[in-house]
Design a protein around this ligand. Structure first.
Ligand code: ADP
Length: 485
């Protein structure tokens, strides 16, 4: 299959979130499954700086700009990457979407409309590049216009649109739609209009042959008002075309058996060595060194989505228990401030590290006994997978990818089934009760260890998810008339 994978972020060329990780690891896994998959993304400054030996393979012209298409390989892989090089729009320092003071670039509608126009050129094989595409896999709002524009053509590749986080939709003023000269009939609620505004994501949701998202539970949740951001009816209407596939993780980077960022490597057979990592973590963060005290870790963007309010509301109670808390994160300043205040009052109980620190993230996964992730919504989530792999039992809310990967230990069946602890509801009381349950299990070593082994036995590599995507691609192709471009 010839698959064009359209995305606005790919690790390590450019990353603001989980989309970048998926855009790197899924194409890699599909290449291993013998598919010809090529990534297309805007040539941001950071992308150009890192793309070695890029070669011009085509050129085109849109909205008065001369555009070069450059090709390189994704660093460390054999995956081809096409870069849409329009310096006036993409060759800027910093974040791909925001300027230096954190506001959206004023010309984002133009930037991403142009990107989509070029994706369409490649998809329809209109350039000298000469590659016949069977399927275009679009990702998030930045690629939403592609299925809409392709729908105008009788002979076109099949399209799949993946939602990585519905909270981001690419919504702009109505005028932007008309300034871009888009076909007028697309201006309707069945097209790109959203309450008299111009919505990029609706292009994907209305016109793609199929829609997917990053967990089966999130696929259900986004059909409800609580998680649908006003798009729930549209998504419900397309229910038959909507599926959820869990993201995989990079099992080489996140492997407690080989992890160079932790002090003592361990696996299922040498689980006892995990406690050495706990000691190292306690030492590093100036917490009392105590092998017997349970440690709860948290690594997170400090934003509302991640349930930081639930933790803060329960913290006065939590801190009374015999436990230690280790938090690593950055984000909204009011959360940072409150957590630092608590850490100052209870330095023997709570260590807070503000910032982004890859090594510490690995050390927290290895050195903690539990991992806190009480998200209000979570399309997929990665940290619960890392925690499971490191035998660090996750304490989570039953949302999205968390609900699909963490199995609550209820203790009812007698047997130690389960791999973590799930809150009955999204409240601070439920968080407290669930932490109490986890603490009780911690003091029953046999059950505790059984749960750790359950957690570590699971396979969250991309292998099985990539196969699911491949099946989905095949399904879309079967439904869609064979490409003739
Ligand atoms: P999201 O994409 O919503 O932020 P995920 O759980 O899907 O949440 O992925 C977050 C990723 O970012 C994980 O790999 C996590 O370890 C990492 N991460 C988040 N905050 C930090 C931090 N402060 N330091 C190091 N890694 C972090």
């Amino acid at each position: 299959m010839n698959i064009l994978f359209a995305t606005s972020e790919v690790y390590p060329l450019v990353k603001t979130g989980g989309l970048a990780d998926v855009s790197a690891s899924l194409p890699r896994a599909l290449l291993q499954l013998k598919q010809d998959i090529r990534i297309v993304l805007p040539a941001y400054q950071t992308v150009l700086e890192q793309a070695v030996a890029a070669k011009k393979v085509a050129e085109c012209h849109h909205y008065g700009f001369d555009i070069d298409i450059l090709q390189t390989l994704l660093p460390g892989t054999r995956v081809k990457v096409l870069m849409v090089d329009c310096p006036a729009l993409f060759d800027r320092p910093g974040n791909p979407y925001l300027n230096a003071i954190g506001d959206e670039w004023q010309d984002n509608p133009l930037r991403f409309a142009l990107f989509n126009q070029v994706v369409v050129d490649i998809a329809l094989n209109r350039l000298v590049y000469d590659w016949s595409v069977d399927l275009v896999h679009c990702n998030d709002w930045q690629t939403g216009l592609t299925p809409a524009l392709l729908s105008l053509f009788e002979h076109r590749p099949a399209t799949l649109f993946s939602i990585h986080n519905l909270a981001y939709q690419g919504i702009y003023a109505k005028q932007a739609f008309f300034d871009l000269g888009l076909p007028e009939y697309l201006w309707s609620m069945h097209g790109l209009e959203f309450h008299d505004l111009f919505s990029f994501i609706k292009g994907g949701l209305n016109f793609a042959d199929r829609i997917s998202t990053v967990s089966p539970s999130y696929a259900e949740e986004i059909q409800t008002a609580e998680y649908g951001y006003g798009l729930e009816d549209l998504l419900h209407h397309r229910k038959a075309d909507l599926s959820g596939i869990l993201n995989g993780i990079d099992t080489e980077v996140w492997n407690p058996g080989t992890d160079k960022l932790i002090t003592h490597q361990y696996n299922r057979r040498s689980l006892a060595k995990k406690s050495e990592n706990k000691r190292a973590l306690q030492q590093r963060l100036d917490l009392p060194v105590d092998a017997h005290i349970p440690v709860f870790g948290l690594i997170s963007r400090l934003v509302e989505q991640k349930g930081i309010d639930l933790i803060l509301a329960a913290l006065a109670e939590i801190i009374k228990r015999p436990l230690q808390l280790v938090f690593l994160g950055s984000g909204q300043s009011h959360y940072e401030q409150q957590l630092m205040d608590w850490a100052r009052i209870h330095p023997d109980k709570l260590a807070v590290f503000l910032g982004y620190d890859e090594a510490l993230a690995h050390q927290i996964e290895a050195g903690s006994d539990f991992f806190l992730m009480p998200s209000l919504f979570e399309p997929c989530g990665l940290n619960q997978f890392y925690s499971l792999r490191y035998g660090t039992l996750p304490v989570v809310t039953a949302v999205g990818g968390l609900a699909d990967s963490v199995i609550d230990y209820t203790g009812q069946s007698g047997a130690a089934s389960g791999n973590g602890f799930v809150l009955a509801e999204k409240t601070s009381d439920a968080l407290m009760t669930t932490m109490e349950r986890a603490l009780a299990v911690y003091h029953q070593p046999q059950i505790w260890q059984r749960l750790q082994l359950n957690a570590m036995a699971q396979d969250h590599s991309w292998k099985s998810s990539a196969k699911e995507y491949l099946q989905l691609y095949q399904m879309v192709l079967d439904q869609h008339p064979k490409v003739t471009v």
